[in-house]
Ligand binder design. Sequence first.
Ligand code: NAD
Length: 453
Amino acid sequence: MTSLQLPILVEQYKHMKQKTVAHTGLDAIADEQFARAITWIDDLKTGMIDYLKFPRRVTDVHFPVVMDDDSVKTFHGYRVLHNRARGPGKGGMRYHPTVSKDEVAALAKLMTWKTAVANVPFGGAKGGVVCDTKQLSQTELRRITRAFVIELDDLIGPHTDIPAPDMYTNQQTMAWIYDTFDVMHRGQNNRAVVTGKPIELGGSVGRDQATARGCLYATRQLLKHQKVPGLATIDGARIAIQGLGNAGGAALRLFHEAGARIIAVSDSSGGVFSASGLDPDTALDFKRQNGSITGLPGAKIITNEDLLGLECEILIPAAMECQLREDNAASVNAKLIVEAANGPTTPAADIVLHEKNVIVLPDIVANSGGVIVSYFEWVQNLENQRWDLDKVNTRLEKRMLEAVDAMVESWIELDAKSNSGARQRTSPTLRDAALVTAIRRVAEVIMQRDIWG
Ligand code: NAD
């Protein structure tokens, strides 16, 4: 790449970063994180910055669905491809009433950085349908999914854009996507069109725990690098986990097995605390039977806000975005935050935590275990192979360690830069370092491919 062209964006960012962000949705978070990261990359051209800032393609569809009462309702769906320089688009499908174009575009951008820092040969994409799954029958959900896939037509495919589950979609949704696409493309192996499928349909063993397992491997490797002041090991560490779904529930089990003491967990109904530690089986059985974790015998009821401020070694936000903000970040009492969720920390909170010396292991590294095992599923589907759990976990660990090592190496380089006195700047965060690694990897491939024409 050629010489430095400091973009206007960077100059704008210098003023912007001192201000409170008025809108703290995922789109604002993704934009601000990107704007901050590019201030560290001297040789990024203005044209490249613009290209990476915007999604490559935004698809916006409306489609009719016959409901159980014979009425016809029109639904609104999106699929955004942010970038596919490094490979086909990859990202989940979200079914939620608040799904919007901006949110889907922000999540697609996050996926571009996540796949790059995890070094899997995918780009970034995301999709969603505006709907409330709690108000829909299985038949209606199936019809919505099939109609959405028909509308998307060849925009998705094993070598173009590969969906996966996200909030309020699951293995069954992926099975419907696969089946509909397969009906539309007879006579070829279509399994790789979607990941997160049921095992019998070509899903990978280990995918259900992959995100939490990746968090565990990444945390271990970060501690090995001695990058968290006052914390050397997971063994004996006190941990608080916000969210008890796929990511949080598995994190409870896996960090407990690794020797940590899980002192608090929560779900959307609130949280529970036990100074002596919670037993994963008891807690997860209780949640399964009662629908929520509050009321767990022998544990004290706390709020989600209480949980975020608990004195502990590791805090794992595993629920949703924007949980740590400028107004509550100062009360965090953990040494390390491991972002199992996407976008749980706003940029303003990042600054507060950085000043407090609380280390944040960023989402694009911490929760990349999910997309890494999705990549393994895709490879198994294309090769008609089935790997065993040992092979999946061993390969996942290797990739997680490589991602952490790359982030730490980048952090050391940026830190030296910040100390060099060449330019006035604050010290880098691990998020800056991970994003710089990702952006450089994507930009390098774009330059090698000469995408400009
Ligand atoms: P999920 O729907 O299975 O679980 C979400 C959990 O969060 C539930 O227990 C819910 O009760 C809880 N929750 C919701 N609102 C809450 C609130 N305000 N306070 C506390 N808890 C609340 O979702 P998931 O798949 O576990 O995903 C959780 C997060 O992890 C999301 O940000 C998702 O994008 C991210 N993520 C998940 C995966 C994966 O493989 N599942 C991979 C990468 C990132």
